[in-house]
Design a protein around this ligand. Sequence first.
Ligand code: KG4
Ligand code: ZN
Length: 368
Amino acid sequence: MSSSPKLPASATFLSTDSTASLPAARILGIETSCDETAAAVVENGRIIFSSTVASQIDLHAPFGGVFPEVASRQHIRTIYPILETALQQAHMDLKDLDAIAVTRGPGLPGSLVIGVNMAKGLALGSGLPLIGVNHLESHIYSAWLHWPPVETSPNVEIEPEPQFPLLVLIVSGGHTELTLMEGHLQYHRLGSTLDDAAGEAFDKVARLIGLSYPGGPSIQKAADGGDPRRFAFPRAWLENTWNFSFSGLKTAVLREVHRLKEVSNDLPVADLAASFQEAVVEVLVGKSLRAAEAFGAKEILVAGGVSANRALRAAFQTQAACPVNIPPLSLCTDNAAMVAAAGYYRFARQQRDSLDMDVLPNWPLSEV
Ligand code: KG4
Ligand code: ZN
């Protein structure tokens, strides 16, 4: 029998911010959209009681990217122990919870199905409501989470919530989107990538210059010792739109690599990585800052795996005229605490999904 943990003395956010009128609720989040199997328990969309993530990176690294069949098989193996760990670490069982939130899409169909079926089974067995959550919305709500989890720092002040109107940049392995949020769960799509996602560009360019998967962290590490001005790679500004494009940049790196290899097999990897990274960062930051100004955003929120990038974080923090909210590194890449956070706001909005809910592998944020 578990005993529910008490809120820390400092967790007074319910009476001090815009969640004041929302119900108190503890949500179990489940995430299996790509190559992370994750479960978490979060209270009121902000306080993490537990967050467990099993990464499959080592399994996919030999393939240079995520191998879908391997991913779903691994989710099947891992999901049950991950769930048990998340509940144990939260000192809770299902009867202590108010709902189960699960990533419904976008993502790999065979991976999404594992999490959704597990969530349905738990909902059926426990009678708890089932809430299907959009993965991009989850990345956004990672900014509402307080880190570290409550058990490791019970007396830390909960930061204020991000303020609307909020300019949101989502940069992940599958998406690059600029969105304006006027309020909770309200998204006005400004633009997105016309070809490769930012993370995808990092992954592909890493492979081109002989770095390991996932490419983002590898390029960041290699770029540390490199000269970002050695190669003048193109910036696709796509003037008069809020869209992005990274395929031209990728092709420019490819051409440069071919040219260099004609001269020597010893590629200047650090300079290539630094020059590529700077080209991506300059466009992501430049367009986001312009959009924030144009739409009168009070704050900027950057979310998704690429938001872990140190150069990107530093550029936002030094160049923005308004506050920039970027989740801590542990919440940038896929996790289930963000699913529970988004699920909380959906729960408060009375969203309840039926047990015949299906996965939506191509579910755009504009259609949530
Ligand atoms: O959000 P995420 O974990 O999964 C998706 O929903 O796609 O993002 C994964 C992406 C990968 O492309 C990875 O290379 C990139 O995020 N990434 C980074 C960094 N850490 C992860 N990109 C640049 N710099 C990083 N430090
Ligand atoms: Zn993601």
